[in-house]
Design a protein around this ligand. Structure first.
Ligand code: ATP
Ligand code: MG
Length: 281
């Protein structure tokens, strides 16, 4: 059947559209040290060109999810023991992190992990380690056009401010020319003003370069301001997902993540919307 003009014009309300998503995480289980079960049947989808937010409290398993995708789990004695991860039509669970980078996924780690005793420029060049083309210098200028202050700071990266280090970490990911960037809490430790700046650049990079982004955040407000879709995790599973607009308006999400509940948080599982969702799972 030919798509009608009306169908084409309709914005996709959910990543589960007819077009295969760029990334599909299907019902994965992750175990650390052969015994600690952390992800318990987690499924998420990220459409090509989208920004998708993965939200949840401390210890929910957000970083573990990103490490399962990038293959970095194995550096921490973790393993995907069930389910599959499909990227761009190919299974990537079980392959090495460097091969996953070559397939086009680059992870910006939590806490930034830039190399502090190298300059910004050296850090950026490191991001291009998989490339053999001659356009690395041009891309460094492109990164500087998004983050002009990185060009001005010629000293060691360890002396950059928190926000500048975050910019450098994102710039280093861009140097790999990835199809997809996984970002782990880019807002961590930044002032509200700096969070705004970094997120606005994340949005620009997504729009200008078409890079797909999976964004892990505790700052739900900032993440939902740039994402089109969001997933909320609790104890190694998705408990709620929806368009960013719907999640922002959802009373439970407001209570849990957008201020309100304070320390009196109950489990998401006891809430009405979770029960509603569970019924038709
Ligand atoms: N290398 C590891 N070995 C054993 N257990 C781990 C390891 N890394 C994480 N865990 C456990 O897995 C669970 C999920 O951790 P993870 O870091 O994925 O959570 P998170 O959602 O990213 O939390 P945060 O918001 O605090 O960063 C936690 O209970 C944690 O203790
Ligand atoms: Mg984490």
């Amino acid at each position: 059947m030919q798509p009608t003009a009306q169908n084409e014009a309709r914005p996709s309300a959910s990543p589960a559209t007819a077009v295969a998503p760029l990334l599909s995480v299907k019902n994965i289980e992750v175990v650390y040290d052969e015994v600690i079960l952390v992800l318990r049947g987690l499924s998420i989808e990220v459409p090509k060109g989208a920004i998708v937010a993965l939200l949840g409290a401390n210890g929910a398993g957000k970083s573990t999810t990103l490490k399962a995708i990038s293959g970095l789990l194995r550096t921490e004695d973790g393993e995907v023991t069930r389910g599959e991860i499909v990227f761009d039509g190919h299974r990537i669970d079980g392959i090495t992190p460097d091969k996953i980078v070559r397939r086009g996924i680059f992870q910006v780690m939590e806490g930034r992990r830039i190399i502090s005793d190298m300059t910004s420029l050296e850090n950026l060049r490191l991001g291009a380690f998989t490339r053999s083309d001659r356009e690395v210098s041009r891309d460094i200028e492109m990164v500087y056009s998004y983050f002009p202050r990185l060009k001005e700071r010629t000293g060691l990266a360890g002396y950059l401010s928190g926000g500048e280090q975050q910019m450098l970490a994102i710039g280093r990911a861009m140097m790999a020319r990835p199809k997809m960037i996984l970002m782990d809490e880019p807002s961590m430790g930044l002032s509200p003003l700096m969070v705004k700046e970094v997120f606005s650049i994340i949005k620009q990079i997504n729009r200008d370069l078409g890079v797909t982004i999976l964004l892990v955040e505790q700052n739900a407000r900032a993440a939902l301001s740039v994402a089109s879709h969001g997933y909320i995790m609790e104890q190694g599973k998705v408990v709620l997902d929806g368009s960013a607009d719907d999640l922002r308006d959802n009373e439970d999400v407001k209570e849990f993540y957008l201020g309100g509940a304070g320390d009196q948080r109950k489990s998401f599982k006891n809430l009405k919307s979770f029960k509603r969702r569970k019924r038709w799972l």
